[in-house]
Design a binder for this molecule. Structure first.
Ligand SMILES: [Zn+2]
Length: 385
């Protein structure tokens, strides 16, 4: 998407009465309908294997939900395009027609051959629907920054990050979790594992929080304090608008580094799969929550666990807040290592200081490498002259 086209979709005020809300709903449901219909058409390659047993059990319900979504997309699109003369409503109508064509006639549950590779189209659609249903009303009713629009500057870029991290779930785990899993299972008689697994799941969950948070505190601190690593993490900090979607803005290299190192203690200590799953779901949801545009302050609790207030200060561009509040969940680590910053008021300005980071997804991908590419270019030019 060109910069010009991206900017057209950003900073749109969803004011009632102009057909914008119905156009937004139509376009969103239409696009999600296309993704879902593709899942029904190519389940072997576009769905997550762990979720397939659920799909087989509830196939008809899911199929009728898809049809319902398409009908709603078409309805909102028709209203917006014809009655309100909104061109985005027309786009939504077109998307719903494409989704209907793709989704037509697939009533029978197909048999699923097991293929080694898949893309998490279903994971993207389901997660986006759940998070949008939770966070859009939450931020709407309890907004910290009431002026911030739903479709604020940078949302298109952040949505691309969200898509990539969900659709590419297998690729990410192939590059991070699997090598560790392979390596750890080849360590004979790890003495810690039976001791950890004998403990109740709840206790293992708390231990995971304590251990992984200690690891991620130091990865996060290194991402800020080592210049080479900071160039990748700066992409995450480049957002000037905090909300639930902003949590997705992470350079692929940062995702790989963080996941690889954070996964190490999980496998090395041999936590039970149930505790690990519960931990991953909880911490992923919590990570989104602390970025969200909400004004809750959680008296007392804000000193014990990381809250939106605590993490918003980490993203603040105010001088005293720079390189502070690294903990993902336990602020105590910041207190111990003297990186805590929690004044009495809430943070209000965000972004990187002293860097001009581009807004587009592709330019953000190449930005961290630019300094080194330019250095190489200069060296070549010097050696030629
Ligand atoms: Zn950071």
């Amino acid at each position: 998407m060109t910069d010009h086209l991206r900017q057209k979709f950003e900073d749109i005020e969803l004011t009632a009465g102009h057909g914008k809300v119905s156009a937004f709903l139509s376009v969103s449901l239409g696009i999600l309908g296309i993704f879902s219909a593709l899942c029904f058409l190519f389940p072997s390659v576009l769905t997550t294997p762990e979720l397939r047993p659920f799909y087989t059990q509830h196939y008809q319900t899911l199929y009728y939900t898809l049809l319902g979504g398409i009908v709603l997309a078409a309805g909102f699109g028709t209203y917006s395009a014809i009655l309100k003369q909104n061109k985005y409503g027309f786009y939504g109508l077109c998307f719903s027609v494409v989704a209907a064509i793709l989704g037509c006639g697939m009533i029978k549950a197909p048999t699923l051959p097991t293929l080694p590779y898949y893309a998490g189209f279903d994971y993207f659609v389901i997660t986006l629907i759940i998070l949008a249903l939770v966070f859009i009303p939450l931020e709407g009713f309890f907004a910290k920054n009431k002026q911030q629009k739903l479709l604020r500057t940078g949302w298109v870029t952040d949505m691309k990050y969200f898509m990539l991290s969900h659709i590419g779930i297998q690729l990410f785990s192939f590059l991070t979790v699997m090598p560790i899993q392979y390596w750890i299972t080849h360590i004979p008689n790890n003495p810690i594992v039976p001791y950890i697994q004998a403990q109740p799941i709840g206790l293992q969950f708390i231990e995971l929080l304590v251990v992984v948070d200690f690891t991620t505190y130091w990865i996060h601190r290194a991402l800020h304090e080592v210049d080479f690593l900071w160039r990748f993490h700066a992409i995450h900090h480049s957002t000037e608008h905090m909300d639930w979607l902003a949590s997705s803005r992470l350079h692929i290299i940062e995702v790989l580094i963080t996941r690889f190192i954070a996964t190490l203690p999980i496998f090395l200590l041999g936590f039970h799969t149930s505790a690990v799953f519960a931990y991953l779901i909880f911490i992923s949801f919590h990570a989104i929550f602390i970025h969200s545009n909400v004004r809750f302050r959680f008296p007392y609790l804000r000193w014990v666990i990381a809250t939106p207030e605590f993490h918003h200060w980490h993203h603040s561009s105010e001088k005293p807040a720079i390189d502070k509040n690294y903990a993902a969940f336990i602020p105590l680590y910041d207190l111990i290592f003297k990186t805590m910053y929690m004044p009495n008021h809430l943070a209000s300005v965000y972004g990187t200081v002293g860097y001009k980071i581009p807004n587009s997804f592709t330019k953000q991908f190449t930005w961290p490498f630019k300094k080194y590419v330019n250095r190489l270019k200069k060296r070549f030019q010097k050696s030629e002259t």
